[in-house]
Design a protein around this ligand. Structure first.
Ligand code: PAF
Length: 272
């Protein structure tokens, strides 16, 4: 496996690969890889000749009071995991290479970015779309794989790709859960044993829902009773992130809640 730190080397590798007739699948990550990421890598392996995983903790998607400084990092372990899963290149650019000190260009998606995490994390999706656009310009992928765990992020990126004509096919891979149901996330490691067991209320509640028993207040009160602080519980059209209507094909039930200082997100998709 190659480890590349500079954008120019990444672009040259990608251009040479395309010239040799090889296709590239990108798996953008912020590192601290877990089984959820591994499922994205495996999907990428099945979609293209070469899988390129990026590991970059993107400062511009964190708000001033968020957990950028304590976001977990373990580059050595990330390398081992990528190596074990047939990743061709681990792309780990430096912050200074990604963002010049006078960086002044942003990519903003202005519809799907508004509700849910867009409300509670102002500027978050501007950081995500900007870095993903930059990663695509470095990795030059044919296809990119994102997880359903970040349902809104995946929709925003798919819209950006469509609107800006990126020649990249977006795959949204299923959400992966721990054996007890907790949605996998790099942030789970911040949970104390007690917080972690109380946080199971989120997945237990979501997985028990049917289209007939949807009530945001009931979900909120279950999470609060377990000691969580609800950020949002919303029931929306899974394509448009607008209120569910008669033609809705899939319903997204999305939750964000704090257990201790750790903000967890989770979701399920239901057919009406
Ligand atoms: O989902 C993530 O890990 C990040 O938001 C992403 C897509 C790698 C952009 O920094």
């Amino acid at each position: 496996m190659k480890i590349i730190h500079t954008i120019s080397e990444m672009q040259i590798f990608a251009q040479n690969s395309h010239r040799s007739g090889l296709t590239i699948a990108a798996v953008p990550t912020m590192g601290f890889l877990h089984s959820g990421h591994i499922s994205l890598i495996e999907r990428a392996n099945s979609e293209a000749d070469l899988t390129i995983v990026s590991v970059f903790v993107n400062s511009t998607q964190f708000g001033p009071n968020e957990d950028l400084d304590r976001y977990p990092r373990d580059f050595k372990r990330d390398c081992e995991i990528c190596e074990q899963h047939n990743v061709a290149v681990l792309f780990a650019p430096e912050n200074t290479a990604m963002y010049s000190s006078d960086h002044s260009t942003w990519v903003t998606e202005e519809d799907l970015s508004r509700p849910l995490c867009g409300n509670s994390r102002p500027g978050h999706f501007r950081g995500v779309t900007t870095v993903v656009a930059k990663l695509f310009n470095a990795i030059l992928p044919d296809v990119a794989v994102f997880g359903q765990k970040d349902a809104q992020q995946a929709l925003v990126i798919r819209r950006m790709v469509r609107d800006l004509n990126f020649p990249v096919r977006i795959i949204i891979a299923p959400l992966i859960r721990e054996d007890d149901g907790l949605a996998m996330s790099s942030r789970n490691r911040f949970l104390s044993a007690d917080e972690r067991s109380r946080a199971l209320v989120i997945s237990q509640t979501l997985l028990s829902l049917t289209p007939e028993n949807l009530d945001t207040e009931v979900i909120k009160s279950k999470i609060s009773s377990a000691g969580g602080t609800v950020d949002y519980v919303e029931i929306l059209d899974a394509e448009t992130l607008r209120p569910v209507h008669l033609e809705t094909v899939e319903i997204l039930v999305a939750v964000a809640a704090f257990f201790g200082k750790t903000r967890l997100i989770d979701n399920v998709i239901l057919k009406p």
